[in-house]
Design a binder for this molecule. Structure first.
Ligand code: S3P
Length: 428
């Protein structure tokens, strides 16, 4: 297979959530958001915000989404966060500063995901939270008067960090945060871009509410999602020839660890047309086939590539030698138990792979991958293993494909479009 052409990945999922939430909190005027992801997770955020009284136009492909000024009010029913951990955790932060009670729930996968990591610091700030399960949704939060918080997060999680910053914003209190490793900083960038009292001091992230700080309405063009682009880069790296241009990709350094590791493995991805969009660096990527070799991914790199471990593990399975991912235990509590499922699915395809403690080991092979993959309805597993299915002689059968709608609804169409068969024809 060869790759060719130009492709635009969908809008960045993390930035789309944050843009919608901050626009819904704006104190006056209408915000206009372009390039927003139209995947199910972002629709979950829009639905939950509407449940709180926000006036948001339909989130659909090609549309500028308008968010009109509105006041949050007590929701009449439970707020359903679908499959989206970012929606649940960030909305908890927003609700901590609201003077009413709301109940959050989600699908079966989200109801298994840990919430204590946000519940505990939000309780310290003064929010009342009652959970029915041990550590998970559904739960009810009653916000109100909050206290300032100085906190070191036990895990490097942008969702926890963002929830606490948003609580500071809606509660009008200072928040000082440290994290073991720097996680994605989109919330900090957007708050700073909007002039909302965010800065760094002595290695800590500091939010200090300004006097009468009101979120201004704003216009934003959301860049393409580097985590979605990663699957296309992966397909190009595994191809036998050609070149692929991936346009308008967010290249925030807290998100591009994947490109750093890939360069170490032998695949250099060029960044061209570097520019800025709303405080975020954006570029076009040029990806080409490469002979890959194994590497060690260090714990400090993991937050910068946490969503790219599935595709990196797939690439490692085609590399010469062994690849080790250190300290990827967080993958157990993503949309699925990604750590075990990456290893088990690679084994099902004839690859030596194993999770030992919190580390993941993958041994490269040249044998064609053949077998059935259980995606557990996890979008990133489905896309990573679909990419593995593009290598010569592969027969990779996915248990389902619909989950890609979470973050990359057009994924299979794009994957088909960039591929060229040996006879010079695009695959159908
Ligand atoms: C996200 C943060 C990451 C990531 C998720 C999106 C965000 O989760 O895995 O897909 O938008 O803040 P953690 O913060 O739990 O690591």
């Amino acid at each position: 297979m060869k790759v060719r052409g130009t492709v635009r990945p969908p809008g960045d999922k993390s930035i789309s959530h944050r843009a919608l939430m901050l626009a819904a909190l704006a104190g006056g005027g209408t915000s206009e958001l372009e390039g927003l992801l139209t995947g199910d997770d972002v629709k979950s955020t829009a639905r939950v915000l509407r449940g709180l009284g926000a006036d948001i136009s339909t989130v659909r492909e090609g549309a500028t989404v308008k968010v009109h000024v509105s006041r949050f009010t007590s929701p009449v029913s439970r707020l359903h966060c679908g499959n989206s951990g970012t929606t649940a955790r960030l909305i908890l932060g927003i609700l901590a500063g609201q003077n009413f009670a709301a109940t959050l729930t989600g699908d079966a996968s989200l109801r298994r995901r840990p919430m204590r990591r946000v519940i505990e610091p939000l309780r310290t700030m003064g929010a009342e939270i009652t959970e029915r399960g041990a550590d998970s949704l559904p739960l009810t939060i009653r916000g109100g008067r909050l206290h300032a918080l100085t906190y070191t997060t036990p895990v490097a999680s942008a969702q926890v960090k963002s929830a606490l910053l948003l609580a500071g914003l809606t509660g009008g209190v200072a928040v000082t945060l440290r994290e073991p490793y720097r996680s994605r900083d989109h919330t900090e960038r957007l708050l700073a871009h909007l002039g909302l009292g965010l800065h760094e001091r002595d290695g800590a992230i500091v939010f200090e509410p300004l006097a009468r700080s009101v979120v201004p309405s704003f216009q934003l063009s959301v860049p393409g999602d580097v985590s979605s682009a990663a699957f296309l880069v992966g397909a190009a790296a595994l191809a036998q020839g050609g070149e692929l241009v991936i346009e308008n990709v967010g290249v925030n350094p807290t998100r591009t660890g994947f490109l750093v590791v890939l360069a170490r493995m032998g695949a250099r991805v060029e960044r061209v047309n570097l520019r800025d969009a709303g405080g975020e660096p954006v570029a076009d990527l040029v990806a080409r086939p490469a002979a890959l070799s194994g590497t060690e991914v260090a714990a400090a790199e993991v937050p910068t590539l946490v969503d790219e471990v599935p595709i990196l593990a797939v690439l490692a399975s085609r590399a010469e030698g062994e690849t080790v991912f250190r300290e990827v235990g967080e993958l157990r509590v993503k949309e699925s138990n990604r750590l075990e499922l990456i290893a088990a699915n690679l084994r099902a395809l004839g690859v030596e792979a194993e999770a030992r403690g919190n580390d993941l080991y993958v041994c490269g092979t040249t044998r064609p991958p053949r077998g059935r993959v259980d995606t557990a309805r996890d979008h990133r597993l489905a896309m990573a293993f679909a990419v593995l299915g593009t290598v010569p002689g592969a027969d990779v059968r996915l248990s389902e494909r619909a989950s890609v709608a979470i973050s990359y609804p057009r994924f299979f169409a794009d994957l088909r479009r960039i591929r060229e068969t040996g006879k010079g024809k695009r695959e159908r």
